[in-house]
Write a protein that binds this ligand. Structure first.
Ligand code: SF4
Length: 246
C-alpha cells in the first residue's frame, strides 16, 4: 500500500504505525515518550500528525495510529504546528526545569500561552518510559503514584527500593533528563540509593553495579565472571583459537 506523507509517496503495510513509516522514510516527527525498544504508548502526544482520508482531515497520535487505508499525512502543516505548540507548552508547564522541553519549544516555535500554570520544579512529563524499562528487566522498582497534578513516578513510599539494582536503564531512556543519576569512580547513586560499581577484571571498564551484575548472572543462570562483554568475547575467541590450535 502507498500513502503520502507531506506529499512524499511512502510504501507501507496495512497496520503499520504512522511514526514508524515516517521515520523509515526519513521524515521527522518529534517524540518524547517513544523508544524503539518499546511499543508506542501515545502518552506525550507530541507525535501528532494530520491524516486526511476521503477529503476529511483529523489529528491522530502517530506512534499508536495504524494505517488502515490509503491516506495523505501531514506532519508539519498549520493545524499540526498549532496543536503541537500547545502540547509543548503544556509539557513545559508540567516540567519547567527540563532543558529538553525548552529546546523543543524553541525548535518548534511553540507560542506562549499565559493561562498555563506551572505545576512544580520537576523535569518529568509522566511519559512512563522509565517504568516500562524497569518492568522490562522484571525488576519493577518504580511506578506511578498519586493522581492528578501530584501524579509522579517514584519508588514505593519514596524510600530507597530494596529491588532496584541501580542499572540506570530508567535514567537512560528518560527523554527529559528527569531521573538523577550520579557516579563517582566507585559508586553510582540513583533513586536515593548508592551502589558499588564493579570493574572488568580484564580491561578495568565499569560493568555495572554489584547488584546489577549479580542480577544479570542470576537471570542467565550463570555465575558472574567479572568480565565486560568485549573481554568475554575475546576470551571465548582465545579459548576457541587455542582448542583448534590456531
Ligand atoms: S536503576 Fe533501578 S529503578 Fe532504574 S531501571 Fe534499573 S532497577 Fe529499575
Amino acid at each position: 500500500m502507498i500513502i503520502t506523507i507531506n506529499g512524499i509517496p511512502c510504501e507501507c503495510e496495512k497496520g503499520e504505525f504512522l511514526l514508524q513509516i515516517a521515520r523509515r522514510n526519513g521524515i521527522e516527527i518529534p517524540t518524547l515518550c517513544h523508544h524503539d525498544a518499546f511499543a508506542g504508548q501515545g502518552a506525550c502526544r507530541l507525535c501528532i500528525v494530520e491524516v486526511v482520508t476521503r477529503g476529511r482531515g483529523r489529528i491522530v497520535v502517530s506512534c499508536v495510529y495504524p494505517v488502515a487505508d490509503e491516506c495523505e499525512v501531514y506532519t508539519d502543516n498549520e493545524r499540526v504546528r498549532r496543536q503541537r505548540g500547545m502540547i509543548l507548552r503544556l509539557l513545559e508547564a508540567r516540567a519547567p526545569e527540563s532543558r529538553e522541553i525548552r529546546d523543543l519549544c524553541e525548535k518548534y516555535k511553540a507560542p506562549k500561552f499565559d493561562r498555563f500554570i506551572r505545576v512544580d520544579g520537576s523535569k518529568c512529563v509522566m511519559c512512563g518510559l522509565c517504568v516500562k524499562a524497569c518492568a522490562e528487566l522484571s525488576v519493577g522498582a518504580i511506578s506511578t503514584v498519586n493522581r492528578g497534578v501530584s501524579k509522579e513516578i517514584a519508588t514505593p513510599y519514596h524510600e530507597p527500593s530494596s529491588v532496584c539494582v541501580g542499572c540506570g536503564s530508567c535514567a537512560h531512556v528518560c527523554p527529559t533528563g528527569a531521573i538523577e543519576i550520579t557516579e563517582t569512580p566507585d559508586t553510582r547513586t540513583i533513586w536515593g540509593k548508592t551502589f558499588r560499581l564493579v570493574r572488568c577484571t580484564g580491561c578495568g571498564a565499569v560493568i555495572g553495579t554489584e547488584e546489577e551484575v549479580a542480577y544479570a548472572a542470576r537471570r542467565a543462570g550463570t555465575e558472574p565472571d567479572g568480565l565486560c562483554n568485549t573481554c568475554r568475547k575475546k576470551r571465548i575467541a582465545d579459548v576457541f583459537a587455542h582448542s583448534v590450535g590456531v
